[in-house]
Design a protein around this ligand. Structure first.
Ligand SMILES: Cc1ncc(COP(=O)(O)O)c(C=O)c1O
Length: 500
């Protein structure tokens, strides 16, 4: 049920049943109204207590929303003067106002967007399909970001320059929708050896990162309203691609063995597809057990459903036996494998790939040509040399050792400072870990504590569509030096100990 309660100059609509927590919705609505000038600079806001009672929400909800606004400089608070809308620079306001438009669903106002576009915008505003916090520069535990400072840019520049001079003139016209064949061959060899993916270069389609791959697959394989399983908690980018294709999302719980296939069967046994991260579940960091892999393959074979295997960061495996990719275990041609260079090289390269069963190639290629024809070729040429000349393998070895050291530093520091409070897990792969909170402690509450201390960290519930029985902190370790991680943990410990 939606409730609309007028407070001075505002009309705040909060949806108790939305996936985004109430505090987040309230923060988004107030922020949008400040940026749109509906809440004028200097105007006094009601106290958290008054606002909470007018909206019929807990004081915690309003306090949390105000704290986020305070932290980001949208409001100011002075003892004796209450809370007021900050006097933002008008240029800043104009700029920000461009991306944050008036709140949606205002009565009588038609959205300039299609319903689908509006739904995606709303989902992004409420943090359902994108989280700024995860990638924020102020977070020493950034999630999903590699360390890009050690990449050999000079070498890369030489390869790009050489290819621009020598090879580009021959491939400057429109190229094959699937991308540069020698690069596809180099990738096929690499994932054959390291991931047990069985494919020929002809089965590879180069895309604009994994996001481009997820989008292409969702557009091509799903009709509006068809069901798709998503891991819960799970990757927002996957949910976004499915929403853009107007799929019906079926959140399937994840446990210590990965996606719970039996739960998925009970929720929607004939779902059209599932998007999974078996090597290193995002965000719980669990490696899917062999039993579950076989169960998932069996389900997809029987239901004739597709498995979309997002293998986004499995190159960073530190311990444990590397489990072969689902694609290599599949003998029914139901698995579509996705890889990306975002984590192993750098995200702005925007190169990823799909490995698809041959039967899907004509359809995917047709759709691909209509989206963007093919990714830019110059980077593909340079990347081919980077792999073939051995730089890729060398860089990967170096970064793996660096991330292993960072992972171990983070675990040691967390154990020393917070071992009594958090249950710290050791991920076998990837660039982040989870630290379980005590049963009775909510992630929302912790985010509040840490945000107050300027540490905008995330919890599993940030990525969840349904309430979790137990929450955990999601801590990236790739972008910070060991020293920075230690300092970050001390700050985190102070924030958590400051709890009442
Ligand atoms: C689960 C998952 N898949 C894929 C990606 C990478 O996306 P892209 O290749 O589009 O940069 C990420 C990045 O955070 C991720 O967490």
């Amino acid at each position: 049920m939606k409730r609309a309660l007028p407070i001075e100059k505002t009309n705040i609509i909060l949806d108790q049943h939305a996936a985004a927590p109430l505090y987040r919705q309230l923060y988004e609505r107030l922020r949008a109204q400040i940026l749109a000038g509906q809440l004028e600079m200097g105007v006094r806001l009601p106290s958290t207590r008054v606002l909470a009672s007018e909206l019929g929400v807990s004081r915690n909800t309003t306090a949390l929303a105000y704290e986020l606004l305070l932290l980001e400089g949208y409001i100011e608070s002075r003892v004796g003067d209450g809370t007021r809308v900050a006097r933002l620079q008008s240029s800043l306001l104009r700029q920000a106002g461009k991306s944050v438009k008036k709140p949606s669903r205002q009565p009588g106002v038609k959205s300039p967007l299609a319903q689908r576009g509006q739904a995606l915008l709303d989902a992004e505003r409420t943090g359902d399909i994108y989280s700024e916090q995860a990638t924020s520069g102020t977070n020493p535990f950034r999630v999903g970001q590699p360390d890009v400072t050690h990449f050999p840019y000079e070498l890369w520049a030489r390869l790009v320059a050489k290819q621009a001079r020598q090879a580009l003139p021959d491939v400057a016209s429109y190229q094959h929708a699937q991308g540069y064949l020698p690069l596809r061959a180099a990738i096929a060899t690499h994932i054959g050896i390291t991931r047990g993916v069985q494919c020929t270069p002809e089965q590879l389609i180069l895309t604009s990162g994994s996001q481009g791959a997820l989008d292409l697959v969702a557009r091509t394989l799903l009709d509006p309203g068809q069901s798709a399983w998503v891991e819960d908690p799970g990757y927002m980018g996957a949910r976004g691609a499915l929403l853009a294709a107007e799929a019906r999302l079926i959140p399937v719980p994840v446990d210590e063995q990965g996606l719970n296939v039996e739960a998925g069967r009970q929720l929607s046994s004939s779902a059209r597809l599932v998007i999974v991260t078996p090597s290193h579940q995002f965000p719980s960091a669990v490696t899917m057990s062999l039993g579950r892999r076989l169960e998932l393959l069996e389900w997809s074979r029987a239901a004739q459903s597709w498995i979309i295997e997002d293998d986004y960061d499995s190159e960073y495996r530190f311990s444990g036996r590397p489990l072969q990719a689902l694609q290599g275990l599949d003998n029914s041609e139901r698995v579509i494998y996705i890889g990306t260079f975002s984590k192993v090289l750098f995200p702005s390269l925007r190169l990823g790939y799909l490995v698809v069963p041959p039967a899907l190639l004509p359809g995917l290629n047709a759709v691909r040509r209509l989206i963007d024809v093919h990714p830019p070729l110059l980077e593909q040429l340079a990347l081919t040399d980077f792999i073939v000349e051995g730089h890729f393998a060398r860089y990967l070895r170096k970064m793996r050792a660096m991330y292993l050291e960072r992972r171990n530093t983070l675990i040691t520091a967390l154990t020393q400072e917070l071992g009594g409070l958090l249950e710290i897990t050791t991920p076998e792969a990837g660039m982040h870990l989870v630290a379980w909170l005590p049963q009775d402690m909510s992630g929302e509450y912790i985010i509040k504590q840490t945000t107050q201390q300027g540490l905008p960290i995330l919890s599993l519930s940030t990525y969840s569509l349904r309430p979790l029985q137990r929450d955990a902190l999601v801590l990236g370790f790739a972008t910070s030096t060991p020293k920075e991680l230690q300092t970050g943990v001390q700050k985190l410990a102070r924030a958590l100990r400051g709890r009442s």
